[in-house]
Design a protein around this ligand. Structure first.
Ligand SMILES: Cc1cc2nc3c(=O)[nH]c(=O)nc-3n(C[C@H](O)[C@H](O)[C@H](O)COP(=O)(O)O)c2cc1C
Length: 351
């Protein structure tokens, strides 16, 4: 690890984290968002502090160029406030969202919780979003000139969006808001949020087929990555991959959060304390399944698919494990919260 990364990591572990972890997680997230956004006009300073670049880290995947293979996953920058500063922090790509057509204030609190022994976070946001138009307007104002930005698209978590047809129209609305914006370099199609009120699921292949057929008709030019569930059998995952490929979509992200609280990645006493709280979990408990799905999908579909490995990356070694399992790129959130903002640079230094 470079001296710069070591200093940032030490400051984070011994100074910032003890303070931040004593406060409510959502409050800390809001504070970081405000501070981060205020630094967007100082990209040189932010880059100097955090970023690491090397020409050979550049990668082109599905025709899109990434400055390095380490991205910020959906769920940290919901409404695009940090879109301008994140490339300077050293992320090779950053996803905004999940964005939904209509605004939603989020599920009742608590929406976030920390499980440090399990290296995990409880997530119960339920597609908190300011809505596609407002987010697009914000991003337009930012005059984004560098970085590779993507939009994660979901369907509005509202009682009236209660059928497959309505949810599909809702997804399409958001795609249409963003598809003509030149700064949008890729999309994520989120079919795997486990915290929404929608009675039916797009993980069922017949519903997924209707969705991707509808998306295909929109003639979207940016690559689309399907955000896959974590707890899915190889057979069910294969069905979704095949349906996506038949409809011209060849990008996949393995994967989203875990629901099963008996996952062996949890510290048993710690998870028991969350018995009364709704939500799903990120971080270490997602690691094993995500890696198995990457290995399986790469083996079965070869170069027909592009894969982003996501879930439980806390170190350069974890990232390399996903890349050697067959991922083209990786994404993270929870690792950065536990280890510090130098993590993307730290990973890139070792690639
Ligand atoms: C606070 C939080 C919010 C999240 N929200 C979303 C979301 O809106 N859409 C989505 O596709 N994934 C969401 N995720 C899942 C992450 O994108 C990622 O798939 C998962 O956390 C595993 O990566 P990690 O272990 O590096 O955090 C969220 C994760 C966290 C921690």
């Amino acid at each position: 690890m470079s001296t710069k990364s070591q200093v940032i990591a030490a400051l984070y572990q011994y100074l910032f984290k003890p303070l931040a972890f004593a406060l409510d997680p959502e409050l800390v997230h809001d504070l970081i968002t405000t501070i981060g956004e205020s630094l967007e006009n100082l990209p040189r300073l932010v880059s100097f502090l955090f970023s690491y670049s090397r020409p050979d880290l550049k990668k082109t995947v599905l025709g899109t160029e990434f400055a390095n293979p380490v991205g910020l996953a959906a769920g940290f920058d919901y409404d695009g406030h940090l879109a301008k500063v994140l490339p300077a922090v050293g992320f090779g790509f950053n996803t905004v969202g999940t964005v939904t057509a209509r605004s939603y204030a989020g599920n009742p609190a608590p929406r976030l919780g920390r499980l440090p022994k399990s290296k995990s976070l409880l997530v119960n946001k339920g597609f908190k979003s300011e809505g596609a138009d407002k987010v697009a307007h914000r991003l337009d104002q930012k005059q984004l000139s560098f970085g590779t930005l993507g939009i994660s698209v979901g369907s509005s978590n509202l009682p009236e969006v209660n059928s497959i047809d309505k949810a599909i129209s809702d997804y399409l609305y958001t795609f249409n808001v963003f598809k003509t914006r030149p700064y949008v370099k890729y999309f994520e199609l989120n079919i795997s949020c486990p915290n929404t009120a929608m009675p039916e699921s797009f993980v069922a292949s017949q519903n997924f087929k209707l969705l991707v057929q509808a998306v295909k008709k929109e003639k979207i030019t940016q690559p689309i990555f399907i955000k896959m569930p974590n707890e899915i059998s190889f057979a069910d995952s294969d069905k979704l991959v095949e349906v996506a490929l038949e409809n011209g979509i060849s990008g996949f992200i393995f994967s989203n959060l875990v629901k099963n609280r008996n996952n062996p990645g949890f510290d048993k006493t710690e998870i028991a304390r969350f018995e009364k709280f709704k939500g799903n979990f990120s971080g270490r408990p997602t690691f094993v399944n995500s890696n198995s799905l990457i290995i399986h999908t790469r083996k079965k579909f070869g170069s027909r698919v592009a894969i982003i490995g996501c879930g439980g990356i806390f170190s350069p070694k974890d990232a390399r494990k996903k890349l050697s399992a067959g991922a083209d790129l990786v994404q993270l959130i929870t690792g950065m919260i536990y280890q510090g903002p130098q993590l993307p640079a730290q990973i890139c230094e070792t690639l």
